[in-house]
Design a protein around this ligand. Structure first.
Ligand code: GLA
Length: 581
């Protein structure tokens, strides 16, 4: 194989974009391969699908006790929720009574007269898994923020008691799940480092010898890519409440976090508010269920099951929608333009190269509207079969596109089967950003690469602030090719000043020319030949010395095909590949 550097024959700067037709042409056919994040080691435990269960917090806040929890457990069984997959009952804040002189965590014996082990045993006897709660700092959230404060949580946080507390929770009491909050840690003058403290707690769980557990990081924002290797799930937002507004805020926060999900590791959009109070409508409740499923969030009910209606049960027990959530192939992506109120979301099912999709059409406007799904936009050939997952009805065969009327604040959710066409265009907003949102002592490290709105970009989103240090890179880590060979790679970018970038294809550097698009809102392209192997390829853009250009997308052309827009090829000191001579 020729050295890759001799194959970069031509650099092209142009302000034209590829046509939509070029964007959807199949050029780099893929074969199925296990999905793996950039620099992510193979998981030591076999991956679990997103957790399904119930948490006490939304319905009860800190007003929990033994009989409430036993009654909820009984209802989970009686109402068929355990059978539907909701197996965890997670006890949230509100059971603590400080610590004794030896540092042993104490439990409020008025609320929990039989202790926490007896309660875990009861949950297990019902076929449930038992979930626990705590804080990485000295105090729990309810001891700081509830009114009146839940004083038992003062001093009951894990800080400096990590091993002692994990032995208690996992070995002595036998719990199966732990959610770790950060109120105590962030309120103190302790200046705790998030990664260090969440890792310390994880290591303490492992040191108990228990290996079948679920670990949830509750830092109320995406805390940095370290979390994707450490935790089974991690909160990405402030607390949810039972309003449509907060639901869509959380949805927007998760829009470009798909690259950080991998099988067994999920972005947690917080608990479901379906049926909790009356502020959310039937359509909004169905929307929450559909969106949480297509985005592969844990499904944690937050409703008092003693008062649950049949309509709520029908929503949360929809097995076809749940099956979408439990499929570990990927986290769904926004296909329509970012910030457009008529949204199309799509998630691949049954493997990265399969022709099956779950699609949610979501209408964020205040009136019913039609939304059209073009099958090419979800990487399918024109002929497909469609099933409606809320109507539980096969809709039949369609060609090219499907249009539905979607109620205000509501969804249509579909399962689509067709022929997969591996993409030739990869949007930068769905690339892995290695330093994304890294928090240290409650502060996000400034100037790290991030995805966001860009009016001139395809999908109305692009990635800015790449570079400045070697770790602040962008990586497309799921570029599949059926055949090894030489392919034209086109980078669509923005930068008003001249910038440089290092392009690495499967760890090998491919020379690029300086980038300059004229101004920050004009898209330019630079095309180079790259060698791609059969299977999965990684394409990285970095610049340790300064900012790289903002990236809109990359496009992979036909094997041995021409560089887009190239009037002629200049061999330089390299050789034209076979077929181009
Ligand atoms: C924080 C968390 C909530 C809940 C409360 C308990 O606000 O984000 O989910 O656990 O603490 O005090």
């Amino acid at each position: 194989m020729q050295n890759i550097t001799t194959l970069c024959l031509c650099f092209l700067l142009s302000c034209s974009l590829l046509s939509p037709a070029q964007q959807t042409t199949t050029q780099c056919n893929g074969s199925s391969s296990h999905y793996q994040q950039a620099d992510q080691p193979a998981p030591s435990r076999s991956p679990k699908p997103p957790l399904m269960g119930l948490s006490t917090w939304n319905a009860y806040r800190a007003h929990i006790n033994d009989s409430i929890i036993r009654a909820q457990a009984d209802a989970m069984v009686a109402k068929g929720l355990v059978e539907a997959g909701y197996k965890y009952l997670n006890i949230d804040d509100g059971f603590f009574a400080g610590r004794d002189a030896a540092g042993r965590m104490l439990i409020n014996s008025t609320k929990f007269p039989y202790g926490m082990k007896a309660l875990a045993d009861y949950l297990h006897s019902k076929g449930l898994k038992a979930g626990m709660y705590g804080d990485a700092g000295p105090n729990t959230c309810a001891s700081i923020w509830e009114n009146p404060p839940e004083t038992g949580g003062r001093g009951a946080g894990f800080y400096n008691h990590e091993q002692q507390d994990m032995n208690l929770y996992f070995k002595e009491w036998g719990y199966d799940y732990l959610k770790v909050d950060y109120c105590g840690a962030s309120q103190q003058a302790l200046k705790l480092d998030e990664e260090t403290h969440y890792t310390r707690i994880k290591n303490a769980i492992d040191a108990t010898g228990v290996d079948d557990y679920v670990y949830n990081v509750c830092r109320w924002t995406f805390p940095g890519t370290w979390v994707t290797r450490l935790a089974d799930s991690w909160r990405i937002s402030p607390d949810i409440n039972a309003t449509y507004g907060r639901m869509v805020e959380i949805l927007d926060m998760n829009t470009f976090l798909a690259p950080y999900m991998s099988p067994g590791h999920y972005n947690d959009m917080d608990m479901l508010e379906i049926g909790n109070g009356t502020t959310m409508t039937y359509e909004e409740n169905k929307a929450q269920m559909s969106l949480w499923c297509v985005l592969s969030s844990p499904l944690v009910l937050g409703t008092d099951l003693n008062r649950i209606t049949q309509q709520t049960l029908d929503i949360i027990k929809n097995h076809e929608v749940i099956a979408v959530n439990q499929d570990m192939t990927e986290q769904g992506r926004l296909i329509s333009d970012f910030r457009h109120p008529l949204q199309v979301w799509s998630k691949k099912l049954n493997g990265k190269q399969s022709g099956e999709r779950a699609v949610v059409l979501f209408n964020r406007t205040s009136a019913a509207a039609t939304i059209t799904l073009n099958f090419a936009d979800i990487d399918l050939a024109p002929a497909v079969n469609i099933r409606d997952l809320w109507a539980h009805r096969d809709l039949g065969e369609f060609t090219g596109s499907y249009t539905a009327t979607v109620p205000s604040h509501g969804v249509v959710m579909l399962r689509i089967s067709g022929q997969n066409i591996p993409p030739s265009v990869y949007e930068a907003e769905y690339a892995y950003l290695h330093n994304y949102n890294h928090l240290v002592n409650c502060v996000v490290i400034p100037n790290q690469a991030r995805a966001g709105y860009h009016a001139a970009a395809s999908g109305k989103a692009a990635v800015s602030y790449i570079g400045g240090n070697k770790d602040n890179y962008l990586e497309f880590n799921d570029i599949y090719c059926k055949e090894e060979g030489i392919y034209p790679l086109t980078i669509s970018y923005f930068c008003e000043n001249t910038r440089t970038a290092i392009l690495k294809v499967n760890e090998e550097t491919v020379p690029t020319a300086p980038f300059h698009s004229g101004n920050a809102s004009t898209v330019a392209i630079q095309s180079v030949y790259v060698h791609l192997k059969a299977g999965n390829n990684r394409i990285r853009i970095e610049n340790p010395a300064g900012y790289a250009p903002d990236i809109d997308k990359i496009s992979i052309g036909k094997k041995d095909g021409p560089l887009p827009g190239t009037p002629h090829l200049e061999a330089g000191n390299g050789q034209l590949p076979e077929g181009l001579r």
